[in-house]
Design a protein around this ligand. Structure first.
Ligand code: BMA
Length: 363
């Protein structure tokens, strides 16, 4: 395992971009540079969703006092993950807590703490359905995206939703460069912005509308925008709803392993094939478009394969220029809904072996 050191950040502050000419002026430039540097070094950052705010059997309760030193990943590997993900779902309504019960004040503190430790922060967003009032998974109408675009019946309301999300990111301060990954898994049809629920043009408009609001209206220029359709899919399909180079910095994909009736071994083989074929395609697209790439979400729920990390995930990503790979959350209130080991979990040794690989980076 390799891990960041503060010295790296100091070097990054005075270094130049790949052309060697333009100084790296903004926090965003520096984060992009740093991620490219890891890719050049053939290193992959490991990430975990919600890592600092709760784990398999614990959660932060007193967020103001808590030093946020607990982490399931650290409990097992000795290190914090290099990347921590958080979800903004619920911010749009001005709620105090997100859809999984994480107070936004705690999320802000955790994000800033992680950045101070030298980590990378990424935000996803499962906003509620602005037309029906249901949740992100409410796919009862195919008019939702259209309703929030300019001239739509919900466009003013949606502007307010974006305002709340932008306020939160702005509250991290001007030095915080973060990855934002809205409208993810859009080639499936399980979210109201999914492929079966809006046209390709409506989707692209939604992404651009969001980008324009954050970037131009609000001047939030320290965001790395990640486009992350569900995989695996063919390259043409991946690009079929791509918002455009101007609006995207990182090409991501979400691919999970699912165990079917054919058992663990087959599931592992299937996952391996799917991830490799998607990353092979993404590598070509990312090279053509001069973008970073990542495995924005992955995991095997409950980790029934005790060798998943070293024999499932690692061989699937090893050697690919992925900036980071993020496994999903360890819910403390949903039995079996976990994607990283915790202290005492029987498969912890395999995770530790994964973290100890030369090309896997934790803090
Ligand atoms: C899903 C599950 C849900 C959660 C949502 C947003 O994959 O983990 O329990 O509410 O992500 O974090």
């Amino acid at each position: 395992m390799k891990y960041f050191c503060i010295a790296f950040m100091a070097i990054a502050l005075v270094s130049c971009n790949s052309s060697g000419k333009k100084p790296l002026e903004t926090p965003k430039d520096r984060l992009v540079h740093r991620l490219f540097q890891h890719v050049t070094n053939e290193e992959i950052l490991y990430g975990h969703q919600d890592d600092l705010v709760y784990g398999h059997d614990w959660q932060v309760t007193d967020w103001e006092e808590d030093p946020l030193e607990r982490s399931d990943v650290k409990d097992v590997s000795g290190h914090y993950p290099a990347v921590v993900g958080f979800d903004l779902g619920g911010i749009e309504l001005g709620q105090d807590k997100n859809l999984d019960g994480v107070p936004f004040d705690l999320m802000r503190k955790a994000a800033l703490t992680h950045l101070e430790r030298g980590g990378v922060v990424t935000f996803s967003w499962h906003p509620r359905n602005p037309l029906t009032g249901g949740d992100a998974w409410d796919i009862s109408s195919n008019q939702v995206v259209r309703s929030i675009l300019k001239g739509g019946e919900k466009d003013a309301e949606f502007l307010l939703w974006m305002e709340h999300a932008a306020d939160f990111i702005e509250s991290l301060g001007p030095d915080a460069a973060v990855i934002f990954r809205p409208w993810h898994e859009n080639l499936g049809s399980w979210f109201w912005w999914g492929a079966g629920l809006c046209t390709a043009e409506e989707y692209r408009e939604l992404y651009r509308h969001t980008w324009l609001y954050f970037t131009k209206e609000r001047g939030l220029t320290n965001i790395l925008w990640c486009y992350s359709p569900n995989g695996p899919i063919e390259p043409e399909e991946y690009m079929s709803r791509y918002p455009g180079d101007e609006f995207v910095d990182i090409l991501g994909t979400d691919i999970y392993e699912f165990v079917g009736p054919d058992g663990l071994e087959e599931a592992r083989v299937r996952f391996n094939t799917q991830v490799k074929s998607m990353l092979t395609a993404l590598n070509v697209i990312a090279t053509d478009h001069h973008k970073l790439m990542c495995l924005s979400e992955t995991g095997l729920e409950s980790l029934p394969d005790l060798k998943w990390w070293t024999e499932g995930l690692y061989p699937a990503i090893q050697g690919y220029p992925v900036a980071y790979v993020l496994t999903w959350r360890n819910a403390h209130d949903k039995p079996g809904h976990f994607y990283a080991p915790w202290k005492g979990f029987e498969g912890a040794a395999d995770f530790k072996a994964f973290c100890d690989k030369e090309d896997i980076v934790l803090l």
